[in-house]
Design a binder for this molecule. Structure first.
Ligand code: XLS
Ligand code: NI
Ligand code: NI
Length: 434
């Protein structure tokens, strides 16, 4: 039974008027000696594709899901797997991500929930083997159930903490079973609503202990995938401890976790943090910790995580520039953590949405590659800092300079003649390629 009313999406080139075709994403086409598919490593989010009914705080779900009987039965969960793989096949997406509770229902107790998970994981494993699709990362939903309303690894209640640990243990084992390339922690409710009732230091210590246990367990079971932390400043909590890339890096360093974790950066979360995505990526790359991307976009006018599909060519260009500059994605990918608008309720809208996101990133990739090939942008930046290549600058960069030497230099050299930053010229240069 097919649910998406289209054939497998084909590359038809920029002149095609067929909305269900790729105009720019041509998976095997080489860009700088590497296929577009390998550059972009697109992933689909099980929670949005299969489980998001498009409800919002003001109204019920609108999404048509003719395959879903609305029950929490394992049979229903198993049926969804086939629909999801039809979707992956038609869009040509090779990676996917899940939360444990997206793929299988939370049942009456932990044992029953874990058993349900095992059944679905077995089916996913079979479908992966048949298709070559890979699990980009798994994660555990530690934010939906009421028990986690005051946090999971930062809950004030040790029994809730334990439950969360048990859930992550199982989710890690399932990720290993599916040869997952990574495992993500997004601190859904790891933060606070009020400091009046919060012992922040204790909560952070607990969170670090939790992540260390995850690292230890991964080692025990032989899971060698990459761990990620996904920053987000707020929503659902008022303040989340993983508020942005810099806060995450500080936390990981402070608790001796940086060697085990990279960041999974989400565009809309950067917006909520008051940063650009490029800023967040630059911060992560500087620490050697940019792992993966949750590719979506926010709305400048709405202060929450609207999780829209990326369609902005400038944005995709900036993201691809950062990715190419760091030498490309390795374990990570571009995971569409994005949902259709509530008005786009038909199954085919899922295809339109992903095709658009893939094409936008394909253009971003080609443009970013062309900008790098051209070389003027990088050359400008290199020249802008070239005074640090001289005697004084090299000494400063090597940590071998003193204030006395800086004083002597300034006394002898007089007032520095500063060069222009040429921002507008560079913006025009980028536009040459867009
Ligand atoms: C929510 C997050 C979430 C994570 C996975 O805002 O983006 O979807 O990616 O838990
Ligand atoms: Ni995300
Ligand atoms: Ni998000």
């Amino acid at each position: 039974m097919a649910y998406f009313d289209c054939d497998k999406i084909q590359y038809e080139g920029p002149s095609s008027k067929n909305p269900l075709s790729f105009k720019h994403y041509n998976p095997e086409e080489l860009v700088g000696g590497k296929s577009m598919k390998d550059h972009l490593r697109f992933g689909a989010a099980y929670w949005h594709v299969m489980r998001n009914d498009l409800s919002d705080p003001f109204g019920a779900g609108t999404a048509q899901m003719p395959w879903d009987d609305g029950s929490t039965s394992v049979e229903n969960a198993l049926n969804r797997v086939d629909v999801f793989f039809e979707f992956l096949d038609k869009t040509g997406i090779d990676f996917y991500c899940w939360h444990d509770r997206d793929i299988a229902p939370e049942l009456n107790d932990l044992k029953a929930s874990s058993a349900a998970l095992d059944q679905v994981v077995a089916k996913l494993k079979t479908r992966q083997a048949e298709t070559g699709v890979k699990l980009l990362w798994g994660t555990s939903c530690l934010f939906s159930h009421p028990r986690y309303s005051q946090g999971a690894a930062t809950s004030p209640d040790a029994s809730v903490y334990a439950y969360a640990g048990a859930q992550v243990k199982k989710a890690l084992e399932c990720t290993k079973e599916l040869d997952g390339l990574g495992y993500t922690f997004w601190g859904g409710r790891e933060g606070y609503a009020s400091l009046l009732n919060t012992d922040m230091k204790r909560e952070l210590d607990h969170l670090a202990a939790f992540l260390h246990m995850a690292v230890d367990h991964a080692r025990k079971i032989g899971f060698s995938g990459q761990f990620y932390i996904e920053p987000k400043p707020r929503e659902p909590s008022t303040h989340q401890y993983d508020s942005d890339a810099a806060a995450c890096l500080n936390f990981l360093r402070e608790y001796g976790l940086l060697e085990h974790f990279k960041l999974n950066l989400e565009t809309n979360h950067a917006t909520l943090a008051g940063h650009t995505m490029q800023h967040e990526m630059r911060v992560a790359t500087a620490a050697g910790a940019l792992g993966s991307v949750d590719a979506n976009t926010g709305d400048e006018l709405i202060g929450w995580d609207t999780d829209q599909f990326p369609t902005d060519i400038y944005l995709c260009t900036e993201i691809m520039l950062e990715i190419l500059d760091m030498g490309g994605l390795t374990t990570g990918g571009l995971n569409f953590d994005a949902k259709r608008r509530r008005e786009s309720h038909e199954p085919i809208d899922l295809i339109h949405a992903h095709v658009g996101g893939m094409d936008a990133f394909a253009r971003g990739l080609k443009i970013a590659h062309a900008i790098r090939q051209d070389g003027r942008l990088a050359q400008f930046v290199a020249e802008r800092y070239s005074s640090f290549d001289g005697d004084l600058g090299s000494k400063i960069e090597a940590g071998q300079c003193s204030f006395e030497e800086l004083e002597a230099h300034s006394l002898a050299g007089g007032e520095p003649a500063l060069a222009s930053g040429r921002q507008e010229m560079l913006e025009n240069l980028v536009n040459e390629f867009i």
